[in-house]
Each structure stands twice: as C-alpha cells, then as structure tokens.
Design a protein around this ligand. Structure first.
Ligand SMILES: [Zn+2]
Ligand SMILES: [Zn+2]
Ligand SMILES: [Zn+2]
Length: 412
C-alpha cells in the first residue's frame, strides 16, 4: 500500500527505472512517441499556495488550487489586497458565453478559515492530512455547514501552538508549512497501515541545512549552515506538540530526533516543483477584449473597463505555489529537453501538471524536462542547476563546455 496519489499515466508510453551511475531514477520511453504525446497528468501529493500569492488576494481551493468564485469576489479580493477602491465593481459582472462559473467556496469540515472547491476536496484534504493541522471551529467564519461529527472526531490541536508554528514559518521559511502538511500526511498514512518507509518515499532528501545552495552573498558558509540548522530545530520544536499526540508507535522515528523532518524539508528544497494555475479573471477580461466590435461589446465594456482599470496589473495574477509531484520529480534534467510540462493551460483549472513529449522520441530514449531556462548560456545554466545539487553533463553541456574551452585556448 502506498500513499494515495492522483496521477493518470498513458499506458505503455514510458517506464521509471535506474538511469545508471549516480543519476538515480529516470524516465524512459517504451515506444516511439510522436511529438505532443501526453505522458502523464499528475496532481501534487502535497502542495501549498505561496504566502505572498495569497496575500495578493488570489483565492483558491486549499487542496487542488482551483480558483473559487464568484468572479466578482475574486476581483474584490484582488482589489482589497492591492489597497485599491472597489467602487467600480458592480454586484455582478455581465456573464460571457465563454466563461464557465467558478465553484463557490466550501468551508473546511474542521471549521477553520480554509476554503475548498467542493465538499469532496474539503473532505479529502481533511482526511489526508489537515485533520492534524486544522485550527478548528474557533478560527473559521461561523458556518452552518460545518459537519459537527467530523469536528468531534478531529482531535484538534491547540490552535495557539499551531499559530506559533505558522508564524515562525511565515517569518523564516514558508516551506516549513509544506513540510508540516507532509508530516501530517505521513502520520495519517502510517496510522492507516502504510509502512513508514513507503510513506516517506516521496520525500527523500539531504537534511535541509545541507540541501540549500550557498547564496552568493554568504561569506561564512559554516555560520550560514548553522543558522539553517537552528531555524529548522526551532520549527521542529514548535511542530512537535502539534503532531506527536497523533503518532502511533510506528511513527516514532519521525519524532525521535530532528533528522526525518530535516530531510523532508531538504527534499522540498531539491524536489519541489511549481504549482501554477492561470487566472480566470484574466481569462474573463481577455474574452471581453476578443469580442467582435459591436454595440453590445461597447455596452459591456462600459461596465468592465473601469474594473480593469482599477485592477491594473493585478487582473492577471495567477495562482502560484509549490509542491511535490513524485512522478514529475523522477524526470531528469536536460538542457535539450524532450518533455514539456504544462501547468497553466486553458484547460488546466487546477494545480495538476501535464507532461508531454515536445518532439518525436525513439523507443528507449530518456525523457527529460529542463529545470532551468534553456535560453541561458552555459555558465548561467550551470549556476542555476547547481541549486539542484548537480553539475549538468547533458549532450548540449558537453558540446558547449568543449566550445568554451576551445574559445579560451584560442584567446590565449
Ligand atoms: Zn479543490
Ligand atoms: Zn480546517
Ligand atoms: Zn546541460
């Protein structure tokens, strides 16, 4: 039994196996794949919206990152967060044939302030991990739809302890919030009969203080790593009283010392991938703009233009976050990738990723995406990739490395 993981794979298209040498796992084609073939569609096993994105007023389902409606409330939230006037926003904007209604927010069954796109998402989120991290009824808006039974079964942690942990994370490293979700996910899975080893599989990493690449402005490396270790220790001590009461004996290694938590945070440093969902507010205004010139368009724009002016650049703010996509994480990097990852396409309304081959691929070829911007020069790419903890030896880097040293030799 493994962790529950929402992923659709194209049967027979690829396999995950050892890539040889020090490279760990890789993904390899099992057949000739024409450009455009979908390899898989994957939801993160655990993910979070970036705190600064939430502060910009982007309101999404806390589990699947679908934008919540109605669109007028989404716009109001963007305006309020940007300290702009909502005077131009009518109670309801004209409906467009092309824009589907956004799901209305469903409260957390535990009664906290989190909102979801459906009863299902709310219940799954609660069952998977959030029951251990829910602030409970006191923190949420009063809601009649709170499921009283679930609240009772939720051994709600002291909201105060949770608030302390969250505030420390917000001030130091928001990834601690994601690690807390992952810890809760692992504890829930192990309590449900999954082995600890299996539950920890998606989160292999060096301890966080080793995983972080040294920033350019750091002169004392040892002191830098000591500071990281101390922050992590503080975070663990704040998390301990919240999660440890839920741990059954097989979970004991999670709390024996700081190391499992440190490796989990380290795995996020190395393996986390972006969550991105395009804004339906942007789609709405683009659809208005794309309408044929007519009287009805002019009437419509008399309502929508002042709203767009008030929003200014905020109209296009996507949902941005980060998470662990276990299958995506097995794709190795190449500076000449043959896989493209789509996160914010027009049909992608939640935080899943769609992996496609971007050119024709032969059977047995390794399938790779690019972890860095492939437009960058050799040295810049190497610097970016170093943050992931490796030196790229892809065919293109080998060619460009030779070219670089040839160039240097000629200059001498
Ligand atoms: Zn959802
Ligand atoms: Zn909750
Ligand atoms: Zn390369």
């Amino acid at each position: 039994m493994a962790l529950r993981h929402r992923v659709e794979v194209t049967e027979g298209a690829f396999e995950v196996r050892h890539a040889g040498g020090q490279r760990g796992l890789g993904v390899f084609s099992r057949a000739a794949l024409p450009a455009g073939t979908v390899l898989f569609k994957e939801h993160p096993i655990v993910a979070m919206q970036h705190l600064n994105n939430r502060a910009q007023g982007v309101v999404v389902c806390d589990r699947c990152f679908r934008f919540l409606g109605p669109i007028e409330e989404q716009i109001r939230s963007l305006l309020v967060s940007a300290d702009r006037s909502c005077a131009s926003l009518p109670p309801s904007l004209p409906q467009l044939a092309s824009s589907a209604a956004l799901p209305l927010p469903v409260p957390c069954p535990g009664g906290c302030a989190l909102r979801f796109c459906s009863e299902q998402c709310a219940a799954d989120n609660f069952a998977e991990q959030h029951r251990l991290l829910c602030h409970g009824a006191a923190s949420g808006a009063a809601s009649s739809s709170v499921d009283a039974m679930m609240v009772e079964t939720a051994a709600s942690p002291a909201s105060e302890a949770l608030a302390k942990f969250e505030s420390h994370a917000a001030k130091s490293n928001e990834i601690f919030l994601l690690a807390a979700k992952a810890m809760a996910l692992v504890i829930t899975a192990v309590n449900g009969g999954v082995s600890l080893e299996t539950a920890l599989e998606p989160f292999p990493g060096p301890p966080w203080w080793e995983a972080v690449a040294t920033p350019d402005d750091v002169t004392d490396e040892a002191q830098f790593r000591d500071t990281l270790r101390q922050l992590l220790q503080e975070s663990f001590q704040l998390l301990f009283p919240i999660l440890s009461p839920h741990a059954t004996p097989p979970c004991a290694p999670l709390f024996g010392d700081v190391l499992v938590y440190a490796r989990m945070v380290g795995s996020f440093e190395r393996r986390n991938c972006a969550v991105q969902v395009a804004s339906p507010v942007e789609a709405y205004f683009l659809a208005v703009d794309a309408m044929e010139e007519s009287d009805s368009k002019r009437q419509l724009m008399a309502v929508t233009s002042p709203v767009l002016d008030a929003l200014d650049e905020a109209y296009a703010t996507p949902c941005e976050g980060t998470g662990i996509f276990p299958l995506q994480a097995t794709l190795n990097h190449s500076c000449e990738p043959n896989v493209s990852l789509l996160k914010d396409g027009p049909d992608e309304e939640d935080g899943r990723v769609v992996a496609r081959v971007s050119r024709d691929v032969a059977p047995g070829e390794e399938l790779c995406n690019a972890y860095c911007d492939v437009e960058l020069h050799f040295a810049e790419r190497q610097r970016e990739l170093w943050e992931y903890g490796f030196v790229c030896g892809c065919a293109r880097c080998e060619r460009e490395k030779t070219m670089q040293s040839d160039g240097k030799r000629r200059l001498k």
